[in-house]
Unconditional design. Structure first.
Length: 224
């Protein structure tokens, strides 16, 4: 299931068992060396569905928060000059209301102007959700990508194990012909509250569209 944005690229939920593309492989295990950052938080009332399940848009906000905390803690140069181009999630189980979750994040791969951030969410000591997000470093004055600094590469590269990554979008690949599957469309309003301090639609807002679909199709269950 995929949603696209002209500003932020693609947000997608993948099957944990059947990745469909070479760049959509299952998340890697925690790196044995290199920088890792962890935080613990509770699942709050505003993060869950009426049945108490942690929503995917709330997961996306958790990812943003731990990314910011990691950048500030690690002393990254210009920690706020990053935008998300694509996000993938592998959901094994959903945390519930008031569950305590531990998020651990690290750099999974590097490119010339971007980096992949991996995040693992544990609940009751068991991995519940794993995520991979591609963050592009930009100059907020021009909104154009800028190269990663040598200092930042030195800080992050050990955890990557030498892995490189492309920024290419793949939305539309491996999707069925919508014209032959009785597809329907629906208008989706963009609200002022969906915008963030960077001046664009926040990436977590895209996942609200998927949550609307899941809410209307209650048969959807983890794993996703």
């Amino acid at each position: 299931m995929t949603a696209a944005s002209p500003n932020d690229g693609a947000q997608s939920v993948q099957s944990a068992q059947k990745p469909q593309h070479k760049t959509r492989q299952a998340p890697s295990v925690l790196p044995e060396s290199g920088r890792r950052f962890s935080v613990v938080r509770k699942v709050r009332l505003g993060d869950v569905t009426p049945k108490g399940r942690l929503r995917l848009d709330a997961v996306a906000r958790y990812l943003q928060d731990v990314a910011t905390d990691d950048s500030l803690d690690g002393g990254y140069d210009e920690p706020h000059s990053w935008v998300v181009r694509r996000t993938q999630m592998w959901v094994t189980s959903f945390p519930k209301y008031l569950d305590q979750v531990e998020l651990t994040t690290w750099c999974g791969a590097l490119g010339s102007h971007w980096a992949e951030r991996r995040t693992q969410m544990k609940c009751n000591g068991v991995v519940a959700i794993e995520c991979a997000a591609l963050w592009v470093r930009v100059d907020f004055k021009t909104m154009k990508p800028v190269a990663l600094s040598p200092e930042l590469i030195e800080l992050l590269q050990t955890a990557t194990g030498g892995r490189k990554i492309s920024s290419r979008l793949e939305i539309g690949k491996n999707l069925p012909d919508l014209n032959s599957n009785g597809a329907t469309s629906q208008d989706w309003p963009i609200r002022f509250s969906d915008m963030d301090a960077v001046g664009h639609l926040n990436n977590a807002a895209y996942w609200e569209v998927l949550e609307e679909y899941l809410g209307a199709n209650s048969g959807q269950r983890a794993p996703l």
